[in-house]
Design a protein around this ligand. Structure first.
Ligand SMILES: N[C@@H](CCC(=O)N[C@@H](CS)C(=O)NCC(=O)O)C(=O)O
Length: 222
């Protein structure tokens, strides 16, 4: 019998998307707990310590950070595997996952939260109530600080665009011959990258850039 699983979920987050895709690939039942509801928001900040989404509760134990969540799920539910068995493929999978989570993510954040076209979409996600407005202001400040601190939001728009185009060219090369990054089965690196690409595709500029990459569009749809 599978133990109960609860996903503290920010539906739009690329990391939540990554974890949901893994849970579904492993055919696990889980309940989604929206973190933007006030009580859940407080609970995740109190129990998760790092205050980020997603977090996953299994059997009453809470795991934070999508990478740690993925490894925990792999150790409890190894079939189908999301970590390659060969050491070299494991290394490549880890490097691509980290690049996707820690580098590509900031370019995507920029196109959602800093770029004027993307920023206009954000308040709708938080709803119209007072809590939604306060949460929007809180996260706007936080995300702008993060993208400036990391460096992406300090670059002029043309510079960020050339970063994005370099990333997309690399992704296109990495998914050849496909259908997945390491061959015929998806691994953790695929779930991480697909989460980021779905997030990017929701932004106006990201969607336009992806139009020029039919192989990437097919990969995201795969
Ligand atoms: N490395 C973390 C990143 C998680 C993350 O940055 N989540 C964002 C949502 S996309 C978040 O909770 N941001 C709010 C914050 O930084 O306080 C993971 O893989 O789970």
């Amino acid at each position: 019998m599978q133990p109960p699983i609860k996903l503290f979920d920010w539906p739009a987050s690329p990391f939540s998307l990554k974890v949901r895709a893994i849970l579904e690939y492993k055919r696990l039942d889980y309940a989604r707990v929206p973190i933007l509801a006030p009580a859940n928001f407080r609970e995740i900040r109190r129990r998760g310590k790092i205050g980020k989404a997603p977090a996953l509760e299994i059997d009453g134990r809470l795991f934070v950070d999508s990478t740690d969540i993925a490894y925990e799920l792999e150790s409890r539910f190894p079939d189908p595997a999301i970590i390659p068995s060969s050491p070299r493929e494991r290394g490549v999978c880890h490097a691509i996952e980290e690049w996707s989570d820690e580098s590509l993510y900031f370019v995507n954040l920029y196109y959602q939260w800093s770029d004027p076209e993307g920023r206009r979409m954000v308040p709708k996600v938080f709803g119209s109530g007072l809590f939604g407005y306060a949460a929007y202001r809180f996260y706007l400040r936080r995300v702008l600080n993060q993208t400036r601190g990391q460096g992406t939001a300090r670059k002029p728009p043309a510079h960020v665009l050339s970063d994005l185009q370099r990333h997309l060219a690399a992704i296109e090369a990495l998914i050849e011959p496909g259908p997945f990054l390491l061959g015929d089965r998806p691994f953790l690196c695929d779930f991480a990258l697909i989460g980021q690409l779905v997030y990017l595709r929701r932004t106006p500029l990201g969607a336009r850039q992806l139009e020029e990459h039919s192989a990437i569009k097919a990969f995201v749809g795969a």
